[in-house]
Design a protein around this ligand. Sequence first.
Ligand code: IMP
Length: 192
Amino acid sequence: MQELVIASNNEGKIREIRSMIAGITLLSLKDIGFNKDIPEPFHTFEENAHAKALAIYDFCGKNVFADDSGICIEALNNEPGVDSAHYSGTRDDERNLQKVLDELRGKTDRSAYYKAVICLIWQGETYYFDGICQGSITAQKKGTGGFGYDPIFIPNGYDKTFGELPLDIKNKLSHRGKAVKKMIDFLTDKMN
Ligand code: IMP
């Protein structure tokens, strides 16, 4: 079976991606013996996804992909965006989410979207896949599922947060689910 490395240490992302990909051997950073943080120094999802995939490709030479993602909130000029993982100045999901709730207190426009960009390096060539999920931010946390901002994000067309909805529904609607599906369709084509 073909091997593919997920260039991420984020357990929430890895859990979701693993539940979507079959027919290919997914390797974690631990599996390939990479145990450092991968720098994400850029201001776009594309550049950060590329930097992460390339760092791992340079390390092991295997097929690899990286997801760079975040939440963009309209009333906050699309912040935290690429800085979602450390919006509060820490990598603590709870503090990041509370900062969003604080910043939005009293604001009527609660619209937001998640965005994910995947950079895939497959047989030495680089490809990109993206996905967006539109929704809104609640006034309070609801649910304990998912990770990151999920307990305060309601996808359009639903009345529950991603913290309350089951993973299979999140995967169908989410930014990452859409980007991963595009990558799977591409790989299915390549491998057949
Ligand atoms: P990065 O891609 O490593 O820069 O981190 C993405 C960050 O965006 C995560 O740490 C979360 O804070 C947030 N994020 C991205 N996707 C999701 C999601 O599906 N649910 C909740 N938070 C997310």
